[in-house]
Design a protein around this ligand. Structure first.
Ligand SMILES: C[S@@+](CC[C@H](N)C(=O)[O-])C[C@H]1O[C@@H](n2cnc3c(N)ncnc32)[C@H](O)[C@@H]1O
Length: 358
């Protein structure tokens, strides 16, 4: 089959570009609002209810990437360029042939490069008409990458990503670097291998923060973990070689009590006090009203040395996400500067914020 029968040429040209954005479930509207603000005008269309949408902007691909990376949206976990759009009919073989030929003709310098194919499809009820699976897409795209480009198909540590999103009516295909996509994981859905010794799922939030914010925990020595129970974050920091002081009125996991360098204060954060500069890292995952959390953390900031790192989750309790972040920032400043706020894949109704102690 000649793919030109079904391929709509370049959907991103000169002064415009088309993208697929992914947020956490239920946060697609906030993510779309952020993109509207960033670009002044962006045409958006939901592709999978609540979290994946297409957006079209009046600026080139390069300019869109520049703006997105410069002012990274909080709720947009992942973006992928939609450079070619293939309408989806009922015929699976025809669709796969068209995808193979689009990838074979991709105008990207892929020769000898490690390239990952990341294929996803919309969830029901918006699944594509033709019954193909992401694994079928990966097979034909890998073939095209090897045969037409002399590229090396990989899953991790890629230099380039070929992204394919199968929506109900169309397949969206694009190629980009993982940095341009804001994440090297398909759809920004970062997965960690579960270890038997993991104390809580909360640990994955901190592991993801390390990856997304590029934190080098090895540079730090002494951490205060506020709202620490049952101890996933504390155990992670101990594994990284830090001394940890954990504060929580609730029980910590018994395995932590044997750990060298671990101190546990079974107390409310409002009732503890430390010497100035006792810590170079403060982390807080308190399940509490965000403003109260910020006030409690701020009270403890004198115990953190200048330029120390502060990482907090911020619960989004009443749905007013941007207003909540503004209020929390107003409380924390001027003692700590907000470096970055992001809704991570492992965040539920919350954000993760990185601050630098002034
Ligand atoms: C989501 S859990 C923390 C999970 C932890 N990061 C982990 O990895 O296991 C929230 C914790 O915050 C604690 N918390 C809530 N308010 C607190 C306060 N005022 N002072 C200290 N801890 C508090 C709760 O007792 C609860 O154990």
């Amino acid at each position: 089959m000649d793919s030109s029968e079904t391929t709509i040429e370049q959907s991103s040209e000169g002064g415009s570009s088309t993208w697929i954005a992914t947020s956490n479930r239920g946060f697609g509207k906030l993510a779309a609002n952020e993109l509207q603000r960033l670009f002044g005008r962006a045409k958006t269309q939901s592709l999978s209810p609540g979290d994946v949408f297409r957006f079209e902007v009046d600026v080139s691909r390069e300019e869109a990437i520049r703006r997105i990376r410069e002012q990274e949206p909080i709720f947009v976990r992942h973006v992928q360029p939609a450079m070619r759009v293939i309408p989806i009919g009922e015929d699976a073989d025809e669709l796969l042939a068209a995808i193979r030929s689009v990838v074979a003709e991709a105008d990207a310098p892929l020769r000898g490069c490690k390239v990952a194919v990341q294929a996803r499809k919309a969830e029901a009820p918006q699944t594509p008409k033709a019954p193909i699976q992401p694994i079928d897409v990966k097979r034909v795209a890998d073939e095209a990458l090897t045969n037409a480009h002399g590229a090396i198909p990989v899953v991790r540590d890629m230099e380039y990503v070929v992204s394919v999103y199968l929506a109900r009516e169309a397949a969206y295909i694009g190629w980009s670097t993982p940095e341009e996509n804001l994440s090297s994981w398909s759809g920004g859905a970062i997965h960690f291998r579960k270890e038997d010794a993991d104390i809580s799922r909360a640990k994955y939030k901190l592991m993801e923060a390390e990856d997304v914010f590029g934190i080098d925990f090895d540079r730090y020595h002494s951490a205060l973990d506020v709202g620490a129970a049952p101890g996933g974050w504390s155990s992670f920091l101990l594994e990284r070689g830090l001394r940890v002081t954990a504060v929580d009125p609730a029980d910590m996991h018994p395995s932590l009590m044997r750990e060298h360098g671990f101190t546990y204060l079974r107390k409310n954060a409002a009732d503890v006090k430390f010497e100035p500069d006792s810590f170079d890292l403060l982390v807080s995952d308190m399940s509490w009203d965000p403003i109260r959390m910020a006030e409690l953390v701020k009270r403890l900031l004198p115990s953190v040395s200048r330029d120390g790192l502060v990482l907090t989750t911020v619960k989004l309790m009443h749905g007013k996400a941007f207003a909540t972040l503004r209020e929390v920032t107003a409380v924390m400043e001027p003692e700590a500067k907000l470096v970055k706020a992001k809704q991570l894949f492992h965040n539920r109704e919350e954000l993760t914020c990185l601050w630098r102690k002034r």
